[in-house]
Ligand binder design. Structure first.
Ligand code: NAG
Ligand code: NAG
Length: 341
């Protein structure tokens, strides 16, 4: 499945961009959007590459992509430095595509082709037809802080999610490291000489297969050619509330922490919540590193489809349940994602 290859490679791209960001004090590659959310070179680069790859691979079909970023900010005259960085990142990355068995363009893409690829992701989706749903970097705040973030893509057909891919470039090998805030200080740093330190994974699921797969990212070997070494993942089998770990968003703006603490108390949970940025929370549920994900947003909050779709199918195919608070399944279930909608 080439989406697996594509996401492995995109996750590695994001790591490189993130490491550049984290080690430099300059923030010229981070911008605030009109809604005060952040956007970086990685967001646009990943969106351009996924859009280009999907159009190339599915050239005989009309590709509808619903994605987070638009080109307005990037096309502004004061964003020339940013645009140049995106063009360079995209081309550097595309040049390595053949290592992952993917096609690269015959020659480097020009600025206008890259802007076109980004702006082509302007579909509004809907219940009819086939739509790709992309969040190039979910959890940009986590990304900028050197913490957790995800690259997420889902395919929706006639209103049903049929494929989900989730790249989690910073997912630690040991689940204990997930709970560390400012992980760049507490997690071991990958050094150029280390060939053994591993972080990051890509998860994949297809509707109805009853299987979710995880491919670890491999580091350190420049000559490495990608090969599929995916393992099946399943939700946790813990059903004792005292042993249950629940995760929730880091930011107060995205959930009501005191409300979830109340729910946790009434359910008899004893452990501290695992607060993690981005859709990595769905990955944690699918891998069985946590049992429950709860999110209670303020009324009026609207979840974006790209922040949810890929995670839903991966959790479901890994054996979990995803629901809103109005239709909870009976009893306490394993691999449970609960949200107020
Ligand atoms: C989306 O962008 C393409 C150009 O990339 C344009 O032709 C099309 O009209 C746009 N569609 C919408 C719905 O804005
Ligand atoms: C969060 O939940 C607590 C406990 O249920 C409640 O008292 C508070 O009003 C809620 N805050 C918001 C902003 O909704």
């Amino acid at each position: 499945m080439w989406l697996f290859e594509l996401f492995t490679w995109l996750a590695l791209l994001c790591q490189r961009v993130q490491e550049g960001l984290v080690s430099s004090t300059s923030n010229e590659h981070v911008m605030s959007k009109d809604d005060d959310s952040l956007v970086t070179v990685a967001d646009w680069s990943v969106q351009a590459i996924v859009s280009w790859m999907l159009s190339e691979s599915l050239s005989n079909q009309k590709v509808s992509i619903v994605a987070e970023e638009d080109v307005q900010t990037l096309s502004k005259s004061d964003s020339v430095g940013l645009l140049t960085a995106v063009v360079n990142t995209v081309n550097e990355c595309l040049a390595e595509a053949p290592k992952y068995g993917l096609q690269s363009p015959k020659k480097a893409l020009g600025t206008s082709q890259i802007l076109e690829a980004i702006s082509q992701c302007n579909s509004t989706g809907g219940r009819k037809g086939r739509h790709w749903v992309l969040d190039p970097v979910d959890g940009t705040l986590g990304f900028v802080r050197g913490d957790q973030y995800a690259v997420a893509l889902a395919l929706i057909e006639e209103g049903k999610i049929v494929i989900g891919v989730l790249g989690c470039p910073n997912y630690p090998r040991k689940k204990e490291w997930l709970s560390h805030h400012h992980s760049s200080q507490t997690m071991p740093k990958m050094s150029d000489t280390s060939e053994t330190w591993e972080k990051g994974c890509v998860m994949y699921a297809q509707r109805g297969s009853g299987e979710a797969w995880m491919q670890p990212l491999i580091h350190g070997n420049k000559k490495h050619t990608w090969s599929n070494s995916a393992q099946r993942v399943q939700v946790s089998s813990i059903d004792d509330p005292a042993l249950t770990t629940f995760c929730e968003p880091v930011e107060r703006a995205n959930t009501n922490h005191s409300f979830s603490a109340g729910v946790a108390h009434s359910m008899g949970f004893k452990k501290q919540p695992l607060r993690v940025h981005s859709m990595v929370k769905y990955a944690a549920i699918a891998r069985g590193d946590a049992e429950i994900f709860m999110k209670f947003a303020q009324s009026g909050y609207k979840e974006k489809i790209w922040d949810h779709a890929a995670g839903v199918i991966i959790v479901e195919e890994a054996g979990g349940v995803v629901t809103d608070v109005w239709r909870p399944p009976p009893g306490l279930l394993k691999g449970f994602v609960l949200r107020r909608s």
